[in-house]
Write a protein that binds this ligand. Structure first.
Ligand code: TA6
Length: 301
């Protein structure tokens, strides 16, 4: 299982001047740069279909990518938007599944009639994935970049038997100061507290705030969740379809210090709010496709 580092020769047919371009990266891995007319941009590695940058039209980076991220085949990149499939966990296979550690391939690119830049990457089951998870599947991750940034995740059962899967977009949202942010929409919702053996707990009727390590799976969340005060006078709006749960994670100082691919103080500048299907795995019959979607924008007071 090795990541392709051929400079992405096979990507060239999908490049669109000024909109989908190939960029060099210190890792030697091909990196695709999507640019929208507004000035917004996204960067994604075919490795893991891993988005590592989302800049809004004002040029500001809205995701955290660790300065100590490691680019090694088989290892997850710390930060950006890891794609979690077919298992979030805990479970019988590798934590958070294998999709983020495998080489995806580009299958389509376009500029839509509305001027959005669209890029689609795919991952299919193969002998290596079957050895880990014995099901035939295809995954497609479509990025649509305009004033808003949308990711669509399509999961198709290519086999003759049903299977169940969990999935998530493990987004590391950049925040100015973790101590300032609030997440009002999760007030009053039940969550599984991972720090307390996934004990089912009720969020008080108050916004979620981050103090120390927070690792929770909120169940049956609203379709719109905002991270308030991500920066002074701003909030990050996360709108989803068919992602029923949301994981909220920040390692806090002690856990952060144990992560070799995270600078010790970087924990202060991100919160993971992850559109997810975790509590109730998705049941997919033969030939069926499940579509889940996340759109993020920055709202201002
Ligand atoms: O989504 C929260 C979580 O599952 C935490 O428990 C923590 O392990 C985090 O993901 C990071 O996981 P990773 O496998 O990317 O190191």
């Amino acid at each position: 299982m090795t990541a392709r580092t051929d400079g992405g020769e096979r990507l060239r047919e999908f490049l669109i001047p000024n909109h989908v371009e190939l960029r060099d990266h210190a890792s030697g891995w091909p990196l695709l740069h999507l640019a929208h007319a507004s000035g917004a941009s996204v960067e994604v590695f075919p490795y893991g279909a891993h988005v590592v940058s989302w800049r809004t039209a004002d040029g500001r980076e809205r995701l955290l990518l660790s300065r100590k991220a490691v680019y090694e085949p088989g290892k997850a990149i710390r930060g950006g938007i890891p794609v979690i499939f077919p298992q979030f966990g805990p479970g019988p296979i590798v934590t958070h599944g294998f999709a983020r550690n495998r080489e995806w391939h580009v299958v389509a690119s376009s500029v839509t009639a509305h001027g959005e830049v669209s890029l689609t990457l795919a991952l299919e089951s193969d002998q290596a994935t079957r050895a880990i998870w014995p099901h035939e599947f295809s995954l497609q991750l479509e990025i649509r970049l305009g004033e808003r940034f949308t990711i669509l995740l399509r999961t198709t059962n290519r086999g003759a038997a049903s299977f169940e899967f969990q999935s998530a977009l493990h987004t590391y949202f950049h925040v100015e100061d973790i101590a300032r942010i609030k997440i009002p929409a999760l007030a009053g919702h039940d969550y599984l507290d991972v720090t307390r053996s996934r004990e089912r707990t009720k969020q008080p009727n108050l916004p979620v705030q981050i103090e120390g390590e927070v690792d929770r799976v909120y169940l049956g969340v609203p379709r719109k969740v905002t991270i308030v005060d991500s920066a002074p006078g701003e909030r990050i709006a996360i709108e989803t379809r068919d992602f029923l749960d949301a994981t909220v994670w920040n390692p806090g100082p002690e856990k952060a210090a144990k992560l070799s691919d995270l600078d010790p103080n970087e924990y202060k500048q991100f919160v993971c709010v992850e559109a997810a299907n975790v509590a109730a795995p998705i049941h997919l019959g033969p030939g069926s496709t499940h579509l889940a979607e996340q759109t993020v924008t920055i709202e201002r007071d």
